[in-house]
Design a protein around this ligand. Structure first.
Ligand code: SF4
Length: 313
């Protein structure tokens, strides 16, 4: 007898989705999900966004219970901004390799080398790093933050590619780069863009600034997740090559079914962003596992760096 495993799996996923929806009502929880999460997780989310959007929304939601489906630094940022709320990361193994490339000790060392420099930290950093930073930034607002900050010398932590992009657009300032990178974006070379241009000559090329400078150079549009989505929405064109994580392509296909979206390279999948499953979310809602706790002395200085960013965004 043949058993349709696909059917059983789909049914099972649908049941889990329904269960999460019921549980979050019962528990009065709100689920925030980054665009890079799986479609199943985005299906149960109340709010889907990129880092900047989710940071803002975390401060605005009425619920005292936030389930953050993303990676560790994101849930930590939500906790920093809403210290009285309970914030949970359903899978505590979902970290960010780029965030792990910068440490508080390294930043303190660099500050000694460049005492006049302001430290601008990408939100993709730990709370400890934020606590020794002057201000945070996201890929949406990094250029604006660096341009407007009073210091002419910047220590930019940790993404060398975003930092290089900012340096190109703000040449009047001296930017000291850390050599961190996002493996998902950094592994892509210019040949991937050339190949997609040859395959889809009519398509618009949209690239995230976490990609290498030679890749960014070939883009029609450079932007954060939210900026890429907005550019696709506003464009009259119907074909787009998307140079960021797979989840953004999935979100775009769902949001704009009449347009066609192609992932720049099939390797652009963040394994950490895919770690969170519906089972993890159910477990967190039932058993309150994965609560984010931040020490008081870190909380105060790290949250100031994020608030400084939000006030300028
Ligand atoms: S996509 Fe890159 S920056 Fe984002 S969580 Fe994954 S490793 Fe970190």
């Amino acid at each position: 007898m043949n058993i349709n495993l696909e059917h059983i799996t789909v049914k099972s996923i649908n049941e889990k989705i329904e269960l999460v929806k019921q549980l979050k009502i019962q528990k009065k929880a709100v689920i925030l999900a980054h665009h890079y999460q799986s479609m199943a997780i985005k299906e149960v989310a109340d709010i889907i966004g990129d880092s900047l959007e989710l940071s803002r929304k975390a401060t605005q939601v009425a619920s005292d219970l936030i389930i953050f489906c993303g990676v560790h630094f994101m849930a930590e940022s939500a906790k920093l901004l809403s210290p009285k709320k309970r914030v949970y990361l359903p899978n505590l193994n979902a970290g960010c390799p780029m965030a792990d490339m910068a440490t508080r000790e390294w930043v303190l060392e660099k500050k000694k080398e460049h005492p006049s420099a302001a430290v601008v930290s990408y939100v993709n950093t730990s709370a400890e790093v934020k606590a020794v930073s002057d201000i945070c930034c996201t890929s949406s607002n990094a250029v604006k933050i660096v341009r407007e900050i009073s210091s002419n010398e910047i220590i930019f932590v940790p993404d060398q590619n975003l930092g290089s992009y900012v340096q190109k657009l703000v040449p009047s300032k001296t930017i000291h780069l850390w050599r961190g990178f996002c493996p998902t974006h950094h592994r892509i070379g210019a040949e991937a863009v050339m190949s997609m241009k040859a395959k889809y000559p009519e398509a618009k090329i949209l690239i995230h600034p976490e990609c290498k400078p030679e890749v960014v150079e070939l883009a029609d549009v450079v932007g954060s997740t939210a900026q890429i989505i907005k550019a696709c929405e506003e464009s009259d064109q119907t074909e787009f090559v998307i140079g960021t994580e797979l989840g953004v392509v999935e979100s775009l296909k769902k949001q704009f079914p009449s347009k066609r979206f192609y992932l720049l390279d099939e390797a652009m999948v963040c394994p950490n962003m895919k770690k969170t499953t519906l089972d993890d979310v159910i477990n967190t809602l039932v058993n309150q596992t994965g609560e984010i706790i931040i020490e008081d002395e870190i909380q105060s200085s790290a949250s100031q760096a994020i608030w400084a960013m939000l006030e300028r965004s």
